[in-house]
Design a binder for this molecule. Structure first.
Ligand code: NAD
Ligand code: DAU
Length: 340
């Protein structure tokens, strides 16, 4: 089968592609990414020479470019990861979030329908549910109540996916996952930012009182769940994905410092994020009971392993921080593109 994967050069998408080439080599991957600031083609370096995948640089909201990709590669399924993903950036400027997350999703839905794709999976987020108090969990029937421009753009996209299923009879599924961690995460997100800053002896900026709670899940568990839903989920359904692993931010930061053998003097409490959601926590019993998925990785061992990855791959995140990673595409593809 042929699978169109968008956002293949980002954190979760690149881990998905690498994982799939390992576990499902019979699935051919048509990988699409615009290579925004968050897209790093170096993440897929290990696949050079692997004929089970192709990479195409394109904006998912560019109808003509995407139509050409569907026509040429004729994918059987679509898994849509591509998005602007960082809440703080959406507070500074929401426009790219509307373009990439909302328009991009509608263009993909239209083309998937026109080209007879058999299943479309939307990678969504628990942030569409808003914020929890000190008790309770998000279930699939929790009301949608997004609080940040990022969350609102993801919620809008989910509604468009739902409408495509309801109105056009498309086979669509939506996954809503909690916070991911693992290798290849852009060092603007909490865990890689704190590790990189600590390794460089820089301050660790903790927003507000640091008592906001997130439910952390290793990226490989998220990707296993996505593939399970793609293969076995019921059409038209939403599946929550979570780690049952709630941590206040400040405890995550202290754990990172302790694992690195550093004291807490680098911690710096800073002004809170506007509209900061207090607590996310997922009830993942639907995917467990219906599809038999449960997380395989425990935070207590997978976080130290992740910290070790950033220690051993300092070159990777230093190139991201310096911007040098952006040269990779040009050096890899300039000659090929001019040969076209
Ligand atoms: P990321 O920012 O690391 O990667 C996003 C990728 O999408 C980048 O490679 C970027 O170049 C690409 N992209 C952006 N706009 C595009 C466009 N218009 N056309 C083509 N490519 C485009 O994000 P991530 O953390 O890997 O998140 C992937 C998906 O998972 C997103 O949809 C996000 O909402 C969702 N999600 C993320 C988390 C998390 O904790 N990171 C949790 C739940 C859901
Ligand atoms: O819940 C899923 C979501 O998780 C995804 O949909 C988003 O794409 C992803 O970015 C993530 O959103 P968060 O806002 O929860 O992640 P972030 O890593 O930005 O922040 C995690 C928590 O840490 C949050 O409470 C804000 C706090 N924080 C973050 C940064 C970057 C800090 O205290 N200091 C920081 O410097």
């Amino acid at each position: 089968m042929k699978l169109l994967v968008t956002g293949c050069a980002g954190f979760i998408g690149s881990n998905f592609v690498l994982q799939m080439r390992d576990t499902n080599p019979d699935v051919t991957l048509i990988n699409v990414d615009l290579l925004t600031y968050a897209g790093n083609l170096e993440n897929l370096k290990a696949l050079e020479g692997d004929e089970g995948h192709v990479f195409v640089r394109a904006d998912v909201a560019d109808r003509a470019a995407m139509d050409a990709i569907f026509s040429e590669h004729k994918p059987d399924g679509v898994i849509h990861f591509a998005a602007e993903s960082h809440v703080d950036r959406s507070i500074l400027d929401a426009s790219p979030f509307v373009h990439n997350n909302v328009m991009g999703t509608q263009v993909l839905l239209d083309l998937a329908r026109q080209h007879g794709v058999s299943r479309y999976l939307q990678v969504s987020t628990d942030e569409v549910y808003g914020s929890l108090g000190s008790t309770g969990l998000f279930t699939e029937s929790t009301s949608i109540a997004p609080n940040s421009p990022y969350a609102a753009s993801k919620a809008a996209a989910d509604m468009l996916v739902r409408a495509a299923g309801h109105t056009h009879g498309m086979d669509v599924v939506i996954t809503r996952c909690s916070n991911n961690y693992g290798p290849l995460q852009f060092p603007e997100k909490l865990i890689p930012l704190m590790i990189a800053n600590a390794l460089e002896g820089k301050e660790l900026p903790v927003y507000g009182d640091g008592m906001q709670i997130r439910d952390w899940l290793h990226v490989s568990d998220h990707n296993t769940a996505i593939w399970r839903v793609f293969e076995k989920g019921r059409a038209g359904e939403v599946y929550n994905i979570g780690g049952n692993n709630e941590w206040p931010n400040i405890d995550v930061v202290k754990l990172i410092l302790a694992t690195l053998g550093l004291d807490e003097s680098l911690i710096r409490y800073v002004k809170d994020r506007p509209g900061h959601d207090r607590r996310y926590a997922i009830d993942a019993s639907k995917i467990r009971d219906e599809l038999g998925w449960e997380p395989a990785r425990r935070f207590e061992e997978a976080l130290p392993e992740t910290i070790q990855w950033y220690r051993e791959n300092r070159d990777w995140w230093e190139r991201v921080r310096s911007g040098a990673y952006r040269d990779y595409y040009d050096s890899q593809y300039a000659a090929r593109l001019s040969a076209d």
